[in-house]
Every structure is written in structure tokens, then in C-alpha cells.
Write a protein that binds this ligand. Structure first.
Ligand code: RB5
Length: 153
């Protein structure tokens, strides 16, 4: 699978590890940076991951910041992106199966390397369910997004 991979300085180290892991697993990486440990702003790299997914350059995205919180918050502001901060394997696959997340956010200062690899593996192996209730709920989330852009001040 083609994966957009990004991080800020808080996720820089884990991003490097995940890059190597993903290549070993046979995936193709679209590396959007950051490529040095100096401080940067997580929304800038979250945007790059999101753009890559939305333009079809990558099928899914992975964004690592210090906690995963900022990245997840920023990603979910971008129409078409459904991001989940998943630090347990159940959420990492169920987030795709039920909620159709297309970006996984991780906290590089929170989780260890082995768990990170398991989370990524679970996320990438999962497929969105075709159950009507999941499609309906996902579509309601999309409707909320549309409504917010059109109606709210
Ligand atoms: C950077 O210090 C840190 O604030 C950022 O990586 C992230 O944790 C935000 O949620």
C-alpha cells in the first residue's frame, strides 16, 4: 500500500523507525517530512499527510506528533480526512472497519516502537465494513462536515 508518513519533531524519531518498518513490510512510503529533529509546527506536516491522501498519492496516512493529539485535531479539520488517535490495537483496526479512518495519528512520546508497529500493522490490514450501519454513520459524519462549512458562523 502507498502510505503518506509525516511527523513533527515530537514524532521524528518514531517516524524514522516506522519508515523502515513499513518498507520491510512491503509498503511504499510517501515521506512528507519532517526530516530533522528541529522544532516545527505539527499542522504543517499534518496538512502534507492529508493532501497526499486527498490527492490520491497515498491510500492512507500516518502522522506522528508528540502526543498524537495535535495531529489528530488538525487532521480532522481537513474535509475528507477521518483521523483517529489510536494507541490500542482494537481502535487501530476498528477505526477503519467501523469509522473508515484514513489517517492514523500516533504519539511519539507516548508509545514504544513495538506497539507502534503493531498499531500500524492493524491499521493497514483493516478494511472498512460494508455493513449498512457503518456506511450510514460514516456518511452522517461527512454530512456534519459539510453542514459546518455551509451553515455555521
Ligand atoms: C510539540 O512539542 C508537541 O506539542 C506536539 O508534538 C504535539 O504533541 C501536539 O499535540
Amino acid at each position: 500500500m502507498r502510505i503518506a508518513l509525516g511527523a513533527d519533531h515530537g514524532g521524528f524519531e518514531l517516524k524514522g523507525l516506522l519508515h523502515r518498518f513499513l518498507e520491510r513490510e512491503g509498503h511504499t512510503i510517501v515521506n512528507v517530512g519532517v526530516d530533522a529533529p528541529d522544532p516545527v509546527d505539527y499542522p504543517d506536516y499534518t496538512r502534507k499527510v492529508a493532501d497526499s491522501v486527498l490527492r490520491g498519492q497515498a491510500e492512507r496516512g500516518i502522522m506522528v506528533c508528540g502526543s498524537g493529539v495535535g495531529a489528530c485535531m488538525a487532521a480532522n479539520k481537513i474535509p475528507g480526512i477521518r483521523a483517529g488517535l489510536c494507541h490500542d490495537t482494537y481502535s487501530a483496526h476498528q477505526g477503519v472497519e467501523h469509522d473508515d479512518i484514513n489517517v492514523l495519528c500516533l504519539g511519539g512520546r507516548i508509545i514504544g516502537s513495538e506497539l507502534a508497529c503493531e498499531l500500524v500493522r492493524a491499521f493497514l490490514a483493516a478494511r472498512f465494513s460494508d455493513a449498512e450501519r457503518h456506511i450510514r454513520r460514516r456518511d452522517k459524519v461527512t454530512a456534519l462536515e459539510k453542514e459546518s462549512r455551509e451553515k455555521r458562523p
